[in-house]
Design a protein around this ligand. Structure first.
Ligand code: EPZ
Length: 430
């Protein structure tokens, strides 16, 4: 199993190109199940989760061809991938595939809309919380589907004439359930109005792509999305939006190590709340042409309290990284997690580096320390892992992060991107 070895203490200076967003690419890829034409996606990141979803979509009959690999001057690359599903080959998403990645459950929406039926394994719990699927069941039931749970699978069946547009208001904001209901409603009879919809940029990106495919969606990015059903969708070409979580992660790394980095190919509008929190810590964050410039001072990091919330609030996917930064603040800060009930697994690992963090329910109290010291730590989930990398970059001495397969799910060329900015970070294969 690979590990990442970091020797901390160097400031970061240079340019980091930001990849296409994993959490936008995954639902966009799944949307290819809605049409028999080719959906071409540009700027698709090269990540383990993307490769896994390619395998899952192949099982449903999607033919995938990768080309147009575009090398950037700095060695990073983005891919253009063509997805063609002439015919759905199988409406079952089996346990061994769905259990590896929760987002693969989302195929339930397009399969049901296009084929009138789907049998999809329940995704089960995962490290950051129980993550139930009740909102998917309620939402698709509102469109007329019959949803039955049987032997760990959901059997979903549409009415004989297809799904029927309806008004449905989510009792709780869910990104995945909004993606699924929006995709399913594109091919329903009549109009669907989704209330309390997720407003994340990835929802807007999916809606834009679906509209390019011929869907009639309005209101994405607000909490009310209206979808007028159409009889079929066509192919389209769409560029995956920049990864706001990768952007925020590197911005926090610079704030922590000090230095001057331009995050290229991204947009501050995707993460205003997080960038504002970063400015309050004392980092200088400015929009520049084609990106964001972050100047960090490395010391005199001011303590800042944050509470995670659905977009436009502070993203749960940046909570661990911000906690990493706060471990070296000059005072006491509090971070409250409201989205997932078990997303504090980085706390004990950060403590191994010398952080002073105590937990009370869903709130972490972080008393800043003047120094972190390198140690052996273990990655527990994707975003928790990268918080350890950031902390390792600012720690004295050597940090070794094990179980890096978590990082490979969501960070493209992490060691290369950081290494080109002066960090000492390398992958060690056993
Ligand atoms: C998406 O997960 C992201 N994943 C997550 O990123 C992200 O943390 C999350 O949204 C919140 O922003 C992808 O886009 C692939 P939710 P999703 O449904 O859609 C509860 C990462 O590290 N809920 O918005 O699965 C749920 O338990 C990942 O890249 C129900 O109660 O999240 C949670 O408390 C991790 N019932 C809350 O809603 C349901 O049926 C929000 O989850 C569905 C969800």
């Amino acid at each position: 199993m690979d590990r990442i070895r970091i020797v901390g203490g160097n400031p970061l200076n240079g340019i980091i190109p930001i990849s296409g967003a994993k959490n936008a690419a995954l639902p966009l890829m799944i949307a290819s199940l809605l049409t028999s034409d080719t959906l071409t996606l540009e700027n698709v990141p090269h990540l383990a989760d993307v490769e896994q979803l390619i395998r899952i979509l192949g099982n449903h009959g999607v033919d995938v061809s990768v080309n147009g690999r575009r090398e950037h001057q700095d060695g990073s690359y983005a891919r253009t991938i063509h997805f063609t599903c002439r015919k759905i080959a199988d409406t079952t998403a089996p346990y061994d595939l769905v259990s590896k990645m929760r987002a693969s459950f989302w195929v339930i929406g397009p399969l049901l809309a296009r084929e009138g039926q789907a049998r999809v394994s329940l995704p089960g719990g995962c490290a950051i919380g129980t993550r139930p699927v009740d909102l998917f069941i309620e939402g698709l039931t509102a469109l007329g589907a019959t949803m039955e749970i049987d032997g760990g699978y959901i059997n979903a069946t549409a009415p004989a004439g297809g799904l029927i547009g309806a008004r449905y208001t989510f009792p709780k904001v869910s990104v995945g359930a909004t993606h699924v209901l929006m995709m399913a409603a594109t091919l329903a009879n009549g109009t669907t109005v989704i209330g309390n919809a997720a407003r994340e940029p990835e929802v807007v990106d999916l809606a834009n792509c679906l509209n390019a495919m011929g869907a009639k969606i309005s209101g994405a990015g607000t909490s009310t999305i209206t979808i007028e059903g159409v009889t079929s969708l066509s192919g389209a070409r769409h560029r995956v939006l920049p990864d706001r979580i990768e952007t925020g992660t590197y911005a926090m790394a610079v704030a922590m190590t000090g230095g001057d980095v331009t995050l290229q190919g991204t947009d501050s509008a995707l993460l205003e709340t997080a960038l504002e929190a970063l400015r309050r810590t004392g980092a200088e964050v400015t929009s520049v042409e084609d990106g964001i410039r972050v100047v960090g001072h490395g010391d005199a990091i001011k303590p800042v309290d944050v509470v995670t919330d659905p977009f436009p609030g502070f993203p749960t996917d940046l909570q661990a990284q911000f906690m990493g930064l706060m471990t070296r603040s000059t005072g006491t800060s509090h971070i409250t997690e409201t989205i997932f009930e078990n997303r504090f697994m980085h706390v004990q690992e950060l403590a191994r580096l010398g952080a002073n963090i105590s937990l009370s329910g869903q709130t972490a109290k972080i008393v800043g320390v003047s120094k972190l010291r390198g140690a052996q730590v273990m990655a527990t989930d994707l975003r928790a892992s990268v918080s350890l990398v950031i902390a390792g970059l600012a720690a004295e001495g050597e940090t070794v992060v094990s179980r890096v397969y978590h990082l490979d799910r969501g960070f493209e060329q992490l060691e290369e991107k950081l290494g080109r900015c002066g960090a000492i970070v390398e992958r060690v294969s056993e």
